[in-house]
Design a protein. Sequence first.
Length: 150
Amino acid sequence: MKHEQAGTALVEFALILPLLLILTFITTEFSRALYQYNTLTKSVRDAARYLSTQSPGTKITESKNLVVYGNLANSGVPLALGLALDQVKDPVWQLNGANPVINTVTVKIAGCATSAPPCYKFVPLINSAFGLTFGTVNYADITATMRGPL
């Protein structure tokens, strides 16, 4: 009996290996997309917090650098693969409410799901595997709003 079963486990493993690899690729790329979205959300929040301490209409270039590079100077590599300064829209200051009037500042990265180009979308590292094509993920706009000085 043992002689007839020789190599059966190896054949079964070879049959299931492509499915396991595809599941691994999908899980990895989905995790990267979530991580990248979280990184972008934090960078937009940091830029809005920075602008909330500045006079309205100032420090726009520095805030865009903070979103893309994580610092005020235009230096280093972008925080997310494919992120560029032109995908970060100019901050918007607004007066909201009545008695008291609150000044807010909003910082936004244009996402391809809701904005026209230039916009940001997640591109997977692995485009296809075993005949399956992995597409890009079109994020919605990533925004943060903070209270600013009057």
